[in-house]
Ligand binder design. Structure first.
Ligand code: PEP
Ligand code: MN
Length: 334
């Protein structure tokens, strides 16, 4: 249940209402937006009389919500969430970000070369996997702690905030200075991992699972948010279908649906969605056109020799071209 309060009510009146609602055994979450304060009730609200509440002087409206996600729900938080990654870098609510970098961290020189190039093309954040979820145990698994050390070193030298994937909550201490933690498609429903990430104070980029629907993505976001961490960025990266010409099928309607259902920012990853460098530009432009809050794109200085995902990686020159095209699209749709 969502209760929208009238403007300019007194704090004591609000506190009295909250205490009364909590006496029914429900938890309350207060969202103070620029124009409106909204109270979300979580728990069994069946004993609460909505007519009684809507009759109160300080209440503007009461809505019972049927969706099982509350904290991620736009009804609970009408304004777009802006995730403040650093003092300078924000994502969501009109703040658009290009996130670029290699699939996996290979060497310091590689990451620094790519970081400088993508930064010059307008990327606001640097990506790079240190822990790689590979289908085959014989494939390169990432540099682990050394990979994170390299990312942090490059962050120091370039000033770019970094995002990297976590696969095991036991590795969390290594992520202390990482700016955004990525939960990969394969871990979207690793609920114990999500619960732990709900207890920390750091933005989480949550990728949609290979075979998960939009509601399941939002429920996974809810796992993180219900623990107290509301800085969640959703990421559409394609889902598995019967199509074989592309690695996955990019579901761009998810951007529109997620923006309708939720206040969380939505990023699109056209690299994993298509699996082919030549399809990244058209899909990046399409994602920008339909309102994505950011793009995550794999870039490698030598895609032919990349240790992971070379075929879908752009060269820095190709990324520059995509960044320009995306900027044009954004200026047209603005
Ligand atoms: C990645 O971003 O490198 C990655 C492994 O992506 P996904 O989890 O979407 O497959
Ligand atoms: Mn990859």
């Amino acid at each position: 249940m969502i209760i929208a309060l009238k403007k300019d009510i007194r704090k004591e009146e609000q506190d009295r209402l909250i205490a009364w609602l909590e006496s029914y055994g429900v938890r309350t979450h207060i969202s103070e937006g620029e124009f409106q304060t909204v109270v979300g009730l979580v728990g069994d609200t069946t004993r609460i009389d909505t007519d009684l509440i809507s009759g109160l002087d300080i209440v503007q409206s009461v809505t019972r919500i049927s969706e099982p996600f509350k904290k991620a729900n736009r009804k609970f938080h009408p304004d777009d969430t802006v995730v403040q990654v650093t003092d300078q870098v924000a994502l969501g609510g009109g703040h658009f970000q290009l996130i670029a970098g290699p699939c996996s961290v290979e060497t310091e020189n590689q990451v620094e070369t790519i970081a400088r190039a993508v930064k010059a093309s307008g990327a606001g954040m640097l990506r790079g996997g240190a822990f790689k979820p590979r289908t085959s145990p014989y494939d390169f698994q990432g540099l682990h702690g050394e990979g994170i050390r390299i990312l942090l070193e490059v962050k120091k030298r370039t000033g770019m905030p970094i995002i990297t994937e976590i696969m095991d909550i036991g590795h969390l201490p290594l992520f202390e200075q990482v700016d955004v933690i990525q939960v990969g498609a394969r871990n979207m429903q690793n609920f114990e991992l999500l619960k732990e990430l709900g207890r920390i104070d750091k933005p989480i980029l949550l990728k949609r699972g290979l075979a998960n629907n939009i509601k399941e993505l939002l429920m996974s976001a809810e796992y993180i948010m219900s623990g107290g961490n509301e800085q969640v960025i959703l990421c559409e990266r394609g889902v598995r279908t019967f199509e074989t010409y592309t690695r996955n099928t990019l579901d761009l309607s998810a951007v529109a649906v997620l923006h309708e259902l939720s206040h969380l920012p939505v990023v699109v990853d056209p690299s994993h969605a298509t699996g082919a460098a030549r399809y990244v530009k058209p899909m990046a432009m399409a994602a920008a056109a339909c309102g994505a809050d950011g793009l995550m794109i794999e870039v490698h200085n030598d895609p032919a020799h990349a240790r992971c995902d070379g075929p879908q990686s752009l060269t820095p020159e190709q990324f520059d071209d995509v960044a320009r095209a995306v900027a044009k699209i954004r200026s047209v749709v603005a």
